[in-house]
Design a protein around this ligand. Structure first.
Ligand code: SF4
Length: 294
């Protein structure tokens, strides 16, 4: 593998396994524009969604199960310290590593609660945020963020809100998934029992109090681009969130980049994604970014 393909591989494959670590893994992230240190609170795979494009489902070849794992906070703390150290001293990018060839000066952007499922499903979510915040304060500069990547199903649960308060005190942001404008499309994409209205309410309420970014996955189905009416409904939902007091920092539109569990679900062409992003940006007035699959 040459240098370019090594870097491309590190960026595209986003391996969530790093050595023998259980909870922590580094990623070179297009969306965060630097190195993101992933924190996986659901390594056994727990989520209320079963998205048609989910890479984890595609890899595991199964449906999600209920969460039954206790997080070993000391292990998480140790792993986080080790990964922060190798990112900051540059040894992560040594010759022969998956990250070889990446500029050692690349910035550490964030610690991202993400991984194999929905982080807020862990009953130890808030405790894990506390640990990560303490490590960040001790080892990193103030511009390193804590980020929660979430499907938005539990954002208004009292135990989660405590974690959000702590996270946002550490230069944190919540990146909430909103993949649809209509209940019909939401159900098709998420295959979840959680009502669409709950997702909209949770995002709206959270965006009133905390810095929030919306992430939207758009894809082709049987080679067809997303329906125009669905995009219009999505824009209406975004405007509704704002009209009801939610402040959205930016919208991130992306497409599938890896294997999906459903063969009819494929990446959207860059031009189509750009066009939709332009429409969303023009009609909502919110900064809207498009992230290509390649
Ligand atoms: S919410 Fe995320 S982890 Fe859960 S099924 Fe969807 S893509 Fe996978």
């Amino acid at each position: 593998m040459n240098m370019t393909s090594t870097i491309k591989s590190a960026i595209q494959h986003h391996p969530r396994q790093f050595g023998l670590m259980r909870y922590v893994y580094p990623v070179v992230s297009r969306r965060s524009g630097g190195v993101s240190i992933g924190i996986n609170l659901t390594p056994d795979g727990t989520c209320q969604f079963s998205c048609v494009y989910c890479q984890v489902l595609a890899e595991a070849g199964r449906s999600y199960k209920q969460f039954n794992e206790t997080i070993d906070l000391q292990r998480l703390d140790d792993e986080l310290r080790q990964v922060v150290t190798v990112v900051l001293n540059g040894s992560l990018f040594a010759d022969g590593s998956l990250f070889a060839g990446i500029d050692r000066g690349i910035r550490l952007n964030d610690f991202a609660f993400s991984g194999d499922g929905e982080p807020t499903m862990s009953p130890m979510f808030t405790a894990a945020v506390e640990r990560a915040a303490a490590v960040r304060t001790e080892l990193c500069s103030d511009d390193v963020r804590l980020v929660l990547i979430t499907n938005a199903t539990r954002l208004c649960n009292a135990d989660v809100v405590v974690g959000l308060e702590r996270l946002t005190k550490s230069n944190g942001e919540i990146w909430a998934k909103l993949d649809a404008g209509t209940e019909h499309h939401y159900k098709y994409v998420s295959r979840s029992h959680v009502p669409f209205a709950t997702i909209i309410k949770n995002i709206t309420e959270t965006a009133k109090h905390f810095p929030l970014v919306i992430q939207t996955c758009l894809f082709a189905t049987n080679n067809e681009s997303p329906d125009k009416k669905e995009i219009e409904a999505y824009i209406k939902q975004i405007k509704g969130i704002v009209a009801n007091g939610g402040k959205i920092l930016r919208l991130q539109l992306y497409t599938v980049a890896r294997k999906t569990p459903e063969p009819q679900v494929t990446p959207l062409d860059n031009e189509v994604l750009d066009k939709i992003a332009e429409q969303v940006r023009n009609e909502t007035g919110i900064k809207t970014e498009a992230f290509y699959s390649r």
